[in-house]
Structure formats: C-alpha cells, structure tokens
Write a protein that binds this ligand. Structure first.
Ligand SMILES: *Cc1c(COP(=O)(O)O)cnc(C)c1O
Length: 425
C-alpha cells in the first residue's frame, strides 16, 4: 500500500520542483514514487502508509549509529532549550572543532559550515587562495556537492577540459576544472606535466561513493599525494561520506595517506545540517578573518547542530570496537550478497569496503565512472522496487552507496539477504 505517499507526491509536485527538495528523492531513476517517511528508529524507517523498511540509506550517510540515538536526541533537546541560534561564538563549537582536530590528525584547524557542498566550495577557494593558482583536478564520477566549479564531467576523452554538467553553470565556472578518470594516475600526471604550476589542488573522494562504491586501486591515493607534493599543489580529500565512517580518522587513516585539506559533512552533523573543512594550519590561516580568503555563514557552527555533532563524535570515541564491528558486518553482508548473485548464475558485481557497498548490475568490475556506467539501471530499478515491496529501503538509484549502521544487527542483515535471495533465486 502506497496510497498516502501517492497522494502526498501529487500534492508535493504542485509546490516543489519534482515534488522533492533534492533530486534523487523523487525515485525517478527506478520508475517508482517516493515513499513519504513519517519516522525512523534504529535501522528502520516507517512511511506514511504504515509500511516498515530496513533502511540502507541512513539519510545518505549521517546515521552511522542508527536513527534516533537517544543520547544524540537528548543533546539536541538540551541545546534547543538554550536557544536555536545566536550568530555568535559558543563553547560547543570550540569543542566540536577540537574533537575533529584530535580525531583526524591531518586537521590542525577547521571551519564549520552548513553542508558538504559548502565545505567543498570553501576548501577549493582556500586551496586557490593559498597557492595563488586556479586549476583544480577532479575525477569523473566523484560528487563534491553542487557548487558551480564542481559540476563538470569528462566528455568522451579522459583528459578533456571541464564542460558544465548542469544548465545554469557558465562555461567560465568550469574552465579551470580539469578532469581525469578515477584510478587513472597517468591521466593526472598528464595534467601536471602540461600545467603543473597552475594546479591549485587535486580533489578526490578517497573511496568514491557517488558512482556506486568504487575503491581506490593500490597506489592511486599515494600517487596523488606525491604528485601534489612534487608540484606544490594541495591534496583535498572529500571525506563527506568516508569521514568517521571507515575509521575514526576517515579514509586517510585507513589508507595511511595524508591530505592537506579535508572536507566533512553527513556524519559530522548526525543528521543536522553540518559541514566542515580543515587541514594544515598554514592553509587554514588564509581564511577570513585571519587571511584574505573570504568565507562566512549566518548559521555556521549552529549550537543545535554542533550539539548533535559533538554527541555523535563522542559516541564514536567511546566505542573503540565500532569500526571492527562495522567492518565485520559489512564483510559478512556484502560477501553473502555476492554469493547469492553467484549462486543465481549471475555475474553482477558487488563492491564494498567496511559499512559501504554497492551491487552493480554489470559484469565488469567498476573501477571508474566508465565501467560503473555499464550497469543496467533498468535491472537495478526492478530489484530496488522488489526490495521496497518486501520491506527493504535501498537507494532509489544505481549509482549510490548502501550504508550499514551500528543498528543493523546480524539478524536484520540476514533478513535482508533472504529478501534478496527471494528476488534472485
Ligand atoms: C553528499 C556529498 C557532498 C555534498 O554534501 P551536501 O551536504 O549534500 O551538500 C559532497 N561530497 C561528497 C563526497 C558527498 O557524498
């Protein structure tokens, strides 16, 4: 039964473009209608028709500890009682900043903002201001939010200049965005060989999680690090998804590669709108009011959002077994899913790392955006609709990650695997 969601969607379409406030929520790519969510708890979502789902979206990442964690709710309620926003310095934002610096050693100073988009846009500006250079290298298939300069994809070739990916982005905004294929170090080398002294930064998702999930090949991140060092460019890790998810210190801790700047979002706000960017002190000191890189925000470091974030980071710190448990559950779940596929005589690919994973409807192992795009998105849509009908809420698009949380017990994972088996067997 999806009557109520259908009605709400019809009404929503009158007032909101496409009926939603962010495009992927419209379920268009799986040819279905959005489920309007009423509430969530632990690993579960309930929609307005009363259907219950095991949730593998987790608000697109923030819900590392599951929905409605009682301690986070309590921190937020207490902060609300003191006032929603002051537009002034607060103790809680100092605590948040200190925790980020302690948990992510490459971050010596950090600036809080209100979204991942803002974090990336500002980090790129700081990198350009610090290096006094203009070019940015970005990878095709990596998503860094919707700021103008980041909305560029490659044309047919790997080394094409950036062309805007969206109407409304002037060509001038992406002309300094150089594109390379993910995992293609030679493509990046070629950019540096041609205009190394004009490249301000290389920005990368250390695990790509916006073209499905694509892992960095051995040596790729290390290679980016040494190229940036060699040419005096900054390495920016966009850890909006991987930060606090793969390890307490993010993907940079897991892979042992140290960026100059890091962007955060999603988990850092525990479901409240928070983003952050930080890194080397010398770079962050170029940001206003210390330096000449202007960046500001009326609601930046909002006390309610900071209370949620600080509580989330504290809970992560207090749970030394968290990442081992998430890794173990992720390994168990995605290996079992791949086994179900194999037993059904299919050759679809499952990529995963820790609590992040993706089932690609293609026979070619995705290592970059080109191979990821060989996926049969219609087949993904049929699978996704079946899973929804059977109480499993997956990302309503092939090129998104599945997110496990600490609330996804082995029992829930097994129940999900049974549903998948019912589809494939
Ligand atoms: C989600 C995401 C962003 C954008 O964050 P918003 O909060 O949606 O603006 C940027 N980078 C990555 C890697 C993301 O996954």
């Amino acid at each position: 039964m999806t009557e109520r969601s259908k009605q709400l969607f019809e009404e929503a379409k009158r007032y909101l473009p496409g009926g939603v406030n962010s495009p992927v929520r419209a379920f268009g790519s799986i040819e279905d209608i959005p489920r309007f969510i009423k509430k969530a708890d632990g690993a579960y979502l309930w929609d307005e028709d009363g259907n219950r789902y095991i949730d593998y979206v987790g608000s697109w990442g923030p819900m590392l500890l599951g929905h409605n964690h009682p301690e986070i709710l309590k921190s937020v309620a207490e902060a609300c009682a003191r006032g929603l926003s002051f537009g002034a310095a607060t103790e809680i934002e100092v605590e948040a900043a200190r925790m980020v610096c302690e948990m992510v050693p490459s971050v010596e100073m950090v600036r809080m903002v209100s979204s991942g988009t803002e974090a990336v846009m500002s980090a790129v500006r700081a990198a350009r201001g610090y290096t006094r250079r203009e070019k940015i290298v970005k990878f095709e298939g990596c998503y860094h939010g919707h700021s103008d300069a980041m909305l560029a994809k490659a044309g047919s070739g790997v080394l094409t200049q950036g062309i805007p990916d969206s109407a409304g982005v002037p060509a001038g905004c992406t002309q300094d965005t150089l594109l390379a294929a993910y995992n293609d170090l030679d493509g990046v080398k070629a950019h540096f060989a041609r205009e190394g002294e004009r490249i301000a930064a290389v920005i990368v998702e250390p695990v790509a999680a916006n073209m499905g999930v694509v892992l960095p090949k051995h040596g790729f991140l290390e290679g980016l690090r040494s190229l940036c060092t060699q040419y005096g460019a900054l390495l920016i890790f966009d850890e909006v998804i991987t930060g606090f998810r793969l390890r307490m210190g993010g993907a940079q801790e897991l892979f042992g590669v140290t960026p100059d700047l890091t962007t955060f979002g999603k988990i850092i706000g525990a479901g409240m709108p928070v983003g952050a960017y930080g890194g080397k002190r010398c770079v962050m000191e170029t940001v206003a009011p210390l330096g000449s890189v202007y960046q500001a925000g009326t609601l930046s470091g909002n006390p309610v959002a900071m209370a949620a974030g600080v509580c989330m980071l504290r809970l992560i710190r207090q749970n030394p077994g968290l990442y081992a448990m998430l890794d173990q559950n992720g390994d168990y779940f995605f290996t079992a899913l791949a086994e179900i596929i194999r037993k059904a005589g299919l050759h679809y690919q499952v990529n995963h790392i820790g609590s992040l994973g993706c089932l690609f409807f293609t026979q070619e192992k995705p290592t970059d955006s080109r191979s990821a795009k060989t996926s049969d998105t219609k087949a993904y849509g049929a699978y996704c609709r079946y899973m929804l009908r059977h109480g499993v809420y997956l990302a309503p698009a092939q090129f998104e990650a599945m997110f496990l949380s600490a609330a996804h017990t082995k029992e829930l994972l097994d129940r999900t695997l049974e549903v998948a088996e019912g589809y494939f067997a």
